[in-house]
Design a protein around this ligand. Structure first.
Ligand SMILES: NC(=O)c1ccc[n+]([C@@H]2O[C@H](COP(=O)([O-])OP(=O)(O)OC[C@H]3O[C@@H](n4cnc5c(N)ncnc54)[C@H](OP(=O)(O)O)[C@@H]3O)[C@@H](O)[C@H]2O)c1
Length: 163
């Protein structure tokens, strides 16, 4: 089962200078909670932004680079079709596609679930979420995030299931 997991600000901005445009620890906590003991699938740029493989998760990276450029234990795939095949072979596993924009765009027709954090704020950015046809999905869960000094935005956690 392929699940997109991302956070976006106004206009669907998701990245700036190879990093997230914001600091939102509550969303990082959510990311860790849902992905732990599951699989994360990342494009090479997003994987690089993690600095190291994410602990307690199967780390899959998509790249044109050779597998030996990545730490031991990381599963290296070389095409979008290889991700599809990886997912087909694991129909019961939760495979979290964690970006970035290139990987999301390539898998728009394949994704089963969307886990989106909507941040109600403007950010400078250089990377945006590709357009999603939300008519193909049902919103099945929505929860307001807690705004506090460490998380100084209004934000919402949403989950959509493909119809
Ligand atoms: N807000 C969020 O939730 C969120 C989530 C994820 C990422 N981001 C942000 O988004 C930005 C990165 O996104 P991005 O779109 O620039 O990069 P990306 O999708 O993370 O990675 C792009 C790289 O993936 C590899 N790739 C892409 N298509 C491929 C294919 N068909 N076959 C093999 N390899 C392929 C290539 O790696 P090689 O060059 O190694 O071949 C390519 O350079 C960062 O700022 C990051 O922080 C934000």
């Amino acid at each position: 089962m392929l699940i997109f997991l991302w956070a976006e600000g106004h206009d669907g901005v998701i990245g700036q200078d190879g990093q997230l445009p914001w600091h939102l620890p509550a969303d990082m906590h959510f990311f860790k909670t849902v992905t732990t003991d599951n699989t994360v699938i990342a494009g090479a740029k997003t994987f690089e932004s993690f600095k190291r493989p994410l602990p307690n998760r199967t780390n899959v990276v998509v790249t044109h680079q050779a597998a030996d450029k990545f730490p031991a234990g990381v599963i290296v795939l070389h095409s979008i079709e290889a991700i599809r095949e990886y997912a087909r072979e694991r129909p019961t596993e939760k495979l979290f596609v964690v970006g970035g924009a290139q990987i999301f765009a390539a898998l728009l027709d394949d994704v089963d679930w969307l886990y989106r954090t909507v941040i109600d704020a403007d950010f400078d950015g250089d990377t945006w979420m590709p357009a999603i046809d939300y008519d193909q999905f049902n919103l099945v869960k929505s929860r307001q995030g807690v705004r506090d000094t460490a998380n100084p935005y209004n934000y919402e956690f949403e989950q959509y299931q493909r119809q």
